[in-house]
Design a binder for this molecule. Structure first.
Ligand SMILES: [Fe+2]
Length: 426
């Protein structure tokens, strides 16, 4: 017995020694070094917290050594002299403990900006600065607006989502904002995944506003990930208790509403009904994570559909942008009532931008569908027309339609689906 114990201990020790040797030779840089905060600002991201024509929020991260975080802002000029007119704004900061490190998140909310104006800003502490970045405030009133929409990024974000979001940006470099329909990351309590998400989009997030809504993966435990609120600066004009996850902004005659489909669906239904009862905008676009019409039979969200679709029908919401199903499926005009499909209602989209792929159950309501395809959507609203395009990670046009507003009548949908085969899992 003693001999056997001795042998087991000896082998255990040898195994441990071998592990240490291999581990020491492993050249992979540990996550806590890759994603370590420094005094140099990183994870810089634009959001709106209020009227996009007069406000702009910027949020960034540093280590805890930074004592006087500030942003500088000036109206951008054609040459470099604009910096002489820069004003300084102190940031509000919070210390944030992640699974890897202690950092600080800082934010500045610029307000009283001039509409339709290009501004330049940088963030730092008086010693270490970001580059000067540019953004343009929205016009007051009607003007064309273009934006990107992506479904779940979620997995292998740095390796395989980067090319998708960068290709999307190259297709629409004047896009004002990017809608992220939930599941931005997989394990939302892991700092490394958020580090990948910020790095994948890179400087795009410093000049194009992000408009995110959380998915089930931002709710790893029962609570919204603690990363969410420090790293974004979003409107707090939604349902009480869902600050910065249910909210809206109005831009160029479009009401953009983000709902949080993970929680408090009933309260949001009431809130949405009131919000859309008093909507002076021509167009209404909604985003949330869980689809109203799922792309797979086993993934139906019946409760959500029964609660929310009557309100979407009542207020003639134009288009609903969702994720969660890791496939692509786009409807005709649909209502929850027995109106003949295609003549009235809302366009429903499920899309995916990251590399995780599920199977699709092909249904007749799908005007275009895909499996195993990373997609980015480009939406341009100009007067009475909404132009929609879905493009693959290579930039190839995969789906398209126009939605036309008609006086006193439901929208008209004109399909422009390219004559290419539907992409399916081999
Ligand atoms: Fe999901």
């Amino acid at each position: 017995m003693i001999n056997r114990l001795y042998l087991v201990t000896a082998f255990g020790f040898l195994g441990f020694a071998a592990y240490v040797l291999v581990a020491e030779k492993d050249p992979k840089v540990p996550e806590d070094i890759v994603h370590r905060p420094t005094p140099i600002p990183d994870r810089i991201i634009l959001n709106w917290h209020g009227d996009p024509s007069t406000t702009q929020a910027v949020t960034w991260r540093t280590d805890v050594s930074v004592k006087k975080p500030v942003a500088e802002l000036a109206i951008a000029g054609d040459g470099p002299d604009f910096i002489k007119k820069a004003a300084t704004f102190p940031a509000s900061s919070e210390t944030f403990q992640s699974d890897l490190n202690t950092a600080q998140y800082h934010s500045v909310r610029f307000s009283q900006l001039k509409p339709g104006t290009m501004y330049a800003y940088r963030v730092g502490d008086g010693f270490n600065w970001s580059e000067w970045n540019q953004f343009r405030t929205a016009e007051q009133g009607l003007a064309p607006v273009e934006f990107l929409y992506v479904g779940d990024a979620q997995n292998d974000i740095f390796q395989l989502w980067s090319r998708l979001i960068r290709q999307g940006y190259s297709e629409a470099p004047k896009a004002r904002f990017i809608v992220h329909a939930g599941d931005l990351v997989n394990r939302a309590s892991r700092d490394a995944e958020w580090g990948e998400w910020h790095a994948a989009a890179g400087w795009i997030n410093r000049s194009v506003v992000s408009f995110p809504t959380p998915g089930n993966h931002e709710y790893g435990s029962k609570q919204l990930t603690t990363h969410w609120r420090p790293q974004f600066t979003l409107p707090e004009n939604g349902v009480k208790g869902l600050e910065e996850t249910s909210y809206y902004i109005d831009i160029h005659g479009v009401r953009m509403v983000a709902l949080n489909s993970n929680r408090m669906q009933k309260e949001q239904a009431e809130w949405l009904d009131t919000l859309l009862s008093n909507n002076p905008n021509r167009w209404t676009v909604l985003t949330f994570h869980h689809p109203v019409y799922s792309a797979a039979r086993s993934r139906d969200n019946k409760e959500l559909r029964e609660l929310w679709q009557p309100i979407l029908d009542k207020h003639r919401v134009d288009i609903v942008l969702t994720g969660h199903d890791h496939t692509y499926a786009r409807s005709n005009l649909r209502t929850g009532l027995s109106t003949r499909e295609g003549t009235a209602g809302t366009v429903y989209v499920v899309s995916v931008s990251g590399p995780k792929m599920y199977n699709l159950d092909r249904e007749s309501w799908m005007q275009r569908a895909a499996e195993n395809t990373q997609l980015c959507q480009i939406i341009r609203i100009d007067g009475d027309t909404l132009h929609y395009e879905a493009r693959t990670a290579r930039g190839v046009l995969y789906d398209a339609f126009d939605l036309n507003k008609r006086q006193g009548k439901p929208n008209q949908l004109v399909n422009k689906v390219p004559q290419t085969p539907e992409l399916r899992r081999q």
